[in-house]
Design a protein around this ligand. Structure first.
Ligand code: SAH
Ligand code: SF4
Ligand code: F3S
Length: 458
């Protein structure tokens, strides 16, 4: 799963409270989303639940009756940001005591008691398996702080319809939780056991997204390729999704390297709607570290998988996640990570310093030996190397004609539009009246480590 550095609000159509259960009765809610795409998808789900109960979307904190932070617990920094934001919002509450302030998502589960005990202005703490009860919990919170962080191994939010944000990609959660228990990772503890959404419901959601005008869907799960609803595996599901009319691009994230069957690789090769881009987290290039991380593969098996993928899928773009400074990571281990990245030459990578997470096996059993300063140096080195590799790969795209799904105006550069190529590269080009959510062919004329620059060709 890629981490998004986002704080955004889904653009949700205002709900009409008439005829709906009264618990929301037109109250306005604002949700800020932190963390990964799973949380973006959950925010849309919560908006769906709340809309049904008569809540309306606020345009910001100022006109909200309820502010909810949908949080992440993956690293300490993610939690610190939320604590900072909560303390900012607590000042708002001093002038508007009726404002309900809530925390949902992974940090809500991870630090439930601490949040309620140490931050008295928090009214509501709701874990990832309790979103059906959100309207009720908001009602309760008006009197006393409300808490529901129980994990439910059966909750897959069947038959709840998300209110999707505007945009060009529909996130479809196809599985929840994780059973892998990598020793550094908090996710299995805050998201619970792995469970797959029945294929019929996935398809219903994909069709709905297509009818709302989405041309691209991304299937989401912590180990998305271990999807299995008892009858349908991930390869079969991809085939079914590819059959949905109106959908032109299918993406998925994050697959686990140990769950790539030959059948799946065959399906990826057969279906042209499936994008030639895979986010394949490796975490480390040292077998010793991988073992301590309990990643269940060796570098040899990972490299073999990359070879199989690249020969079956010409032009495949790859990205990864890297952790530096895992407990016990010696210089030689770190050098192996650098070497592996040079060998694979990822198109891009998300790189992180190890952050000890209370409750995980690494936290309990493996002392955090790498000093902070050393972690910082390793992070710098790995980023510098990857930036240079990404730049080289991107510059090789100059001259190519790439099909781009237009996302909107580019942040920088007046009159410029931005979109994504099939290989998930960010492409910037003159807008010239091109409409959002359409496909244009862009001739690449220039490139940086992060962006391709081009002009549309008709
Ligand atoms: N299920 C996904 C990972 C989701 S978390 C997968 O296995 O691909 C996204 C990334 O955060 C992980 O791939 C890992 O690189 C990073 N991460 C997770 N726990 C971390 C920790 N304790 N410290 C630093 N980075 C961590
Ligand atoms: Fe965390 Fe590992 Fe599960 Fe990914 S596969 S969510 S890293 S435990
Ligand atoms: Fe995602 Fe962060 Fe939770 S990465 S699953 S929001 S801990």
């Amino acid at each position: 799963m890629q981490l998004l550095d986002i704080e955004r609000q889904p653009d949700v159509a205002a709900a009409n409270g008439a005829g709906l259960p009264v618990s929301g009765a037109g109250r306005r809610i604002f949700i800020e989303t932190y963390g990964c795409q799973m949380n973006v998808s959950d925010t849309e789900l919560m908006m769906g639940v709340l809309k049904k109960a008569g809540f309306r979307r606020a345009s910001g904190v100022d006109d909200a009756d309820v502010v909810l932070l949908n949080t992440c617990a993956i690293r300490e920094r993610a939690e610190e940001r939320v604590v900072g934001r909560l303390s900012q919002l607590s000042r708002e509450k001093r002038t508007r005591p009726d404002l309900v302030l809530g925390v949902s998502g992974c940090m809500a589960k991870h630090l439930a008691e601490e949040l309620l005990n140490q931050l008295p202005y928090v009214d509501l703490v709701v874990g990832p398996d309790s979103y059906r009860r959100l309207p009720e919990l908001i009602g309760e919170a008006a009197g006393n702080p409300a808490l529901d962080v129980r994990l439910d191994r059966h909750e897959d939010y069947l038959e709840l319809d998300p209110v999707r944000q505007e945009g060009t990609n529909a996130w479809i959660t196809i599985m929840r939780g994780c059973d892998k228990f990598c020793t550094f990772c908090i996710v299995p503890y805050v998201r619970g056991r792995e469970r797959s959404v029945p294929a019929g419901d996935v398809l219903r959601q994909v069709r709905m997204a297509a009818s709302e005008g989405f041309r691209e869907v991304t299937l989401l799960g912590q180990t998305v390729n271990s999807y299995n609803d008892g009858e349908t595996d991930f390869a079969d599901l991809l085939k079914m999704v590819a059959g949905v009319e109106g959908i032109r691009r299918i993406r998925f994230t994050s697959p686990h390297p140990s769950d790539f069957s030959d059948k799946l690789i065959g399906t990826l090769a057969e279906e042209d709607k499936i994008c030639r881009f895979i986010h394949l987290p490796v975490q480390s290039g040292s077998d010793r570290v991988l073992k301590d991380m309990k990643r269940t593969y060796t570098t040899g098996r990972y490299l073999d998988l990359v070879d199989r993928l690249r020969s079956a899928l010409p032009g495949l773009c790859l990205s990864t996640d890297i952790i530096v400074g895992f407990p016990g990571e010696a210089d030689v281990d770190f050098e192996s990570t650098m070497a592996l990245m040079r060998r694979i030459r990822y198109d891009s990578a998300f790189m992180f310093k190890y952050s000890p997470r209370k409750g995980t096996v690494a936290y309990r059993e493996i002392p955090d030996t790498v000093p902070e300063a050393e972690k910082a140096l390793r992070l710098q080195a790995v980023i510098a190397q990857q930036t240079s590799i990404s730049g080289e790969i991107n510059r090789r795209c100059v001259g190519q004609l790439l099909e781009v799904l237009v996302e909107g105006d580019a942040r920088r550069g007046k009159g410029q539009a931005v979109g994504k190529s099939d290989g998930f590269k960010t492409v910037v080009f003159p807008r010239n009246g091109v409409r959002i959510n359409t496909f244009v062919d862009v001739r690449i004329t220039d490139a940086t480590s992060h962006t391709l620059i081009g002009r549309p060709e008709h």
